[in-house]
Design a protein around this ligand. Structure first.
Ligand code: ATP
Ligand code: MG
Length: 261
């Protein structure tokens, strides 16, 4: 089981869109996927076709009240994966977590308890570097960073890198950056080229070749509670996220071959 945190403390960069559509794309390739909605906004929950306002128990109950995994987990049937849903309840988890010993490891423990059941766990992080995001980075093997090629994007990136380094040093030495994915990509924007160059200079191979274009289908799909592949599988957005899943799986295969040789 590989745990991937989708994180960037900057808001609106495509974390949830990437989490939902990467999960759906991995499911299409027969991977067993669990999507964890770690954001009180509950956007990944709604975007997976689960009504966040009609839930008895959510990820909050799992993290804070030691509820049973089986009572919280939902099957996002059309999307093809399992979901740990969230809603506004999760807001108070942030403060309540402080009362726990090993408060950074709550999500890690939950995911370890279902180790054999999934090939991939994708965690949709909130737009901040708070205790919930720390829980994600401690539970994760890898981080995917979605970013828009804008001027301030790189500034935000260095704060995130520093956080990742701190987590690596103190809480999760195995944590690695899986890759940076360029979202809402517009090659006609003159800034794009400049930011692209800087990105490759700083991160080299960590930048995914696949780019996610700006595509209206990606923005529409969540209001139907569907990942874009189910909403319009011929759209540029659907093809891009399938390509991203393909690139991720190829990288994982290459890493395995390297380990064996
Ligand atoms: P937050 O920080 O609030 O959690 P986020 O990083 O999860 O935001 P999203 O919710 O995925 O970002 O995206 C922000 C908005 O941009 C949404 O309305 C989404 O539908 C839209 N969007 C994301 N990616 C694309 C894209 N490639 N093309 C068009 N619209 C997109
Ligand atoms: Mg989001």
């Amino acid at each position: 089981m590989e745990v991937i945190a989708v994180a960037n403390q900057k808001g609106g960069v495509g974390k949830t869109t990437t989490s939902v559509n990467l999960s759906a794309s991995l499911s299409v390739t027969q991977q067993r996927v669990l999507l964890v909605d770690l954001d009180p906004q509950g956007n990944a929950t709604m975007g997976s076709g689960i009504n966040k306002n009609a839930l008895d128990e959510t990820l909050y109950d799992l993290i804070i009240r030691d509820s049973d995994f089986s009572t919280v987990i939902r099957s996002a049937k059309e999307a093809g994966y399992d979901l740990l849903p969230s809603n506004g309840d999760l807001v108070s988890a942030e403060a309540q977590l402080l009362d726990f010993e090993r408060r950074e490891y709550r999500l890690d423990a939950i995911l370890k308890s279902v180790e054999g059941s999934y090939d991939y766990v994708v965690i949709d992080c909130p737009p901040s570097l708070n205790m919930l995001t720390i829980n994600a980075l401690v539970a994760a093997d890898k981080v995917i960073i979605p970013m828009q090629c804008e001027y301030y994007a790189l500034e935000g990136l260095s704060a995130l890198m520093q956080t990742i380094d701190i987590i690596k040093a103190h809480l999760n030495p195995e944590l690695e950056i899986e890759g940076v994915v360029r979202t809402m990509y517009d090659p006609r924007n003159r800034l794009t080229i400049e930011v692209n160059n800087e990105l490759f200079n700083h991160l080299g191979k960590k930048v995914y070749r696949t780019v996610i274009p700006r595509n209206v289908r990606l923005a529409e799909a969540p209001s139907f509670g569907l990942p874009v592949i189910q909403y319009d599988r011929h759209s540029k957005g659907a093809i891009a996220y399938l390509a991203l899943a393909g690139e991720l799986l190829r990288r994982a295969d290459e890493a395995k071959v390297l380990k064996c040789s």
